[in-house]
Design a protein around this ligand. Structure first.
Ligand code: NDP
Length: 317
């Protein structure tokens, strides 16, 4: 038999936990499923130093634990489990299946399933993740100030990360697999006009060097097959993100990259009672603080939606 809940939150990064804090404090009884990676992308970073309120910094996993505790303090029901399918309905009653077995019925769903960075697929990338390998310059760039780093990718993200890092680091090696960049012209020009960025064209990453921390990168020029080792302390992968929205395809309006489209200035999706927050609907800012902000918005939108429904229901009685 299906379980009825008044608000269901899917996902447990800053957006999900913040939505739970606000929903619980509004007197709703939020049930939150943590998904595949409890705590979300922040659990794969080390120190978070740009989240306001932590003047001495905090590790990503610790910060997410504190978010969770705060949500639980107000009565949120935080559970292990992953939404495996959804059936959203125009009539306002939604069904969500957890772990292929447990059915939930609810009038309000907040989607906070986040996004995942794409990786090259090298063994060293996983082994040295958090020890020099990162997918977020804004999060981790500060640790490499005055040092040499490499960025792989050629889109707007790579261009942005490279120019951001160039302000902090001694030198940035940008590894581009073709003879041109996909990034917008203005971003490309910014990269090309930054003296401490060196672009390695037609180059692919063969390996990341170092046993316990990044010491360098081995690249191969695909035109000459020549291998070169570059000494770097940080290796930033910026080859795109993939929003975790596969289960919503065909149910919600997504953009061509799979991000959920929300109404401007709100977290409403195209289905009444379904709201989206965090990286699943944001391919621009992607910060913990902006995710938390939209998580708050989603809880407020959901609360108002449920209250309006309730009042409509009462006037019909
Ligand atoms: P993109 O998909 O635009 O670019 C990915 C880049 O990574 C491409 O240049 C691609 O190379 C390269 N790449 C992919 N796989 C590999 C691989 N295995 N090895 C080496 N290189 C690889 O992703 P972005 O994250 O850059 O951007 C996503 C969207 O967000 C875009 O629409 C972008 O415009 C937007 N954005 C906008 C910003 C802004 O306006 N300030 C900032 C950041 C992003 P190739 O070109 O050869 O395929």
């Amino acid at each position: 038999m299906a379980e009825n809940v008044n608000i269901l939150i899917i996902g447990s990064g800053p957006a999900g936990y913040t939505a739970a804090i606000y929903a619980a404090r509004a007197g709703l009884k939020p049930v939150l499923y943590q998904g595949m990676q409890p705590g979300g992308q922040l659990t794969t970073t080390n120190d978070v130093e740009n989240y306001p309120g932590y003047p001495k910094g905090i590790t990503g996993p610790e910060m997410m634990e504190e978010f969770k505790e705060q949500a639980q303090r107000f009565g949120s029901d935080i559970r292990y489990g992953m939404a495996t399918s959804v059936q959203f309905s125009e009539n306002g009653f939604h069904k969500v299946t957890i772990d292929d077995t447990h059915q939930i019925e609810t009038e309000a769903v907040v989607i906070c399933t986040g996004a995942s960075a794409k990786w090259l697929g090298l063994e060293a990338e996983t082994r040295l993740n958090g020890s020099g390998v990162s997918a977020c310059a804004v999060c981790d760039g500060f640790f490499y100030r005055g040092l040499d780093v490499a960025v792989v990718g050629a889109g707007d993200t790579a261009a942005e990360e490279a120019t951001y890092l160039a302000k902090l680091c001694k030198k940035v090696h940008l590894i581009v697999r073709r003879d041109e960049m996909r990034a917008s012209l203005i971003m490309q020009n910014r990269v090309k006009n930054t003296p401490n960025i060196e672009i390695h064209w037609n180059s692919i990453t063969e390996d990341i060097l170092g046993k316990t921390e990044v010491e360098g990168v081995r690249i191969k020029n695909i035109l000459t097959n020549q291998l070169s080792d570059i000494e770097v302390k940080g290796f930033f992968v910026a080859i795109g993100h993939k929003p975790n929205t596969d289960i919503f395809k065909g149910q919600l309006t997504l953009d061509s990259a799979g991000y959920i489209i929300t109404e401007k200035g709100s977290t409403k999706t195209n289905i009444a009672g379904v709201f989206a927050a965090g990286d699943a609907q944001d391919n621009i800012y992607r910060q913990a603080v902006t995710s938390a902000g939209t998580g708050c918005m989603a809880a407020l939108d959901a609360e108002r939606y449920l209250a309006a429904k309730e009042s409509h229901h009462n006037t019909l009685k």
